[in-house]
Design a protein around this ligand. Sequence first.
Ligand SMILES: [Zn+2]
Length: 282
Amino acid sequence: MRSPHDLCLLCQNSKAVKRNSHIIPRFLTKSMIINDAKKQSYLIDVRKQPNKSKIVQDSAKLDYILCPHCESYFGILEKRITKSPLQKIRNQIPPKDVEFVTNAGGLTHVRLHHSDILSFHLFWLSILWRCSISTEELFKGVKLEPGFEESLRIALLNYKSTREAEFSKLIQAHESTLPFVRYVLLTPKTLGKRSNGIVAIIKSKAPLHVLALNEYWLAMSNDPADEFINNLNEISNRTQEMNSVKIWILDKEAWDNVHRDQTARLVNLHFQHLKDQEHHNS
Ligand SMILES: [Zn+2]
């Protein structure tokens, strides 16, 4: 158990007195956390007995992992992302720093050309790092190789700022010092029923980590020879690429397939088990 006397896991310098640090930023999960008598949000651990699932009211939070400065730095990264075209790509009128590109196979992606590609990379890397240092039930299955986890920590720390203006200066002035990572981001063109979201670890075996983050599906690898990511070469982003990033936009059917194949299956199994149990008990 961590205590407020422990050091912050990011800067390893100040006391980790912050409570309730989110592992997955709340803006990514808030649409799926429901608190109503008829609908509820569940935390399901498929490695355990399905009946051990918990009803959750908020996304995973941890106490005493960060100091207040590092916590506000992550807040700045989040703010950048929510202000960026990421939030606008589902709008009818594309913002001017976004280009829609459709490939020969009919798949569409958005290419973001906005000035802070670096903060975009940093944000997704911060999620991977947060999952790796987390001891929280849902994320403890994500464990990066120690050397890679440390290189992520140092890269994140290089841009640490507690004010937005300071952060802007840092990312303008510095060359990228990010470790090599390739990642693929998928998102649906339109959001379906808001209550169908899922946060799950689809696969996490170094070097490949695949996470379902409600409205996004994120696959990351730090191995240039990783077969999975190589197969997705055309749609992947590299942390060394500073001109643009890609987000792949799936139509409803394709997105549902991703969900059905990868994540909803877990939930269905769980509910089937609950039904069987109910049947058994009555
Ligand atoms: Zn700190």
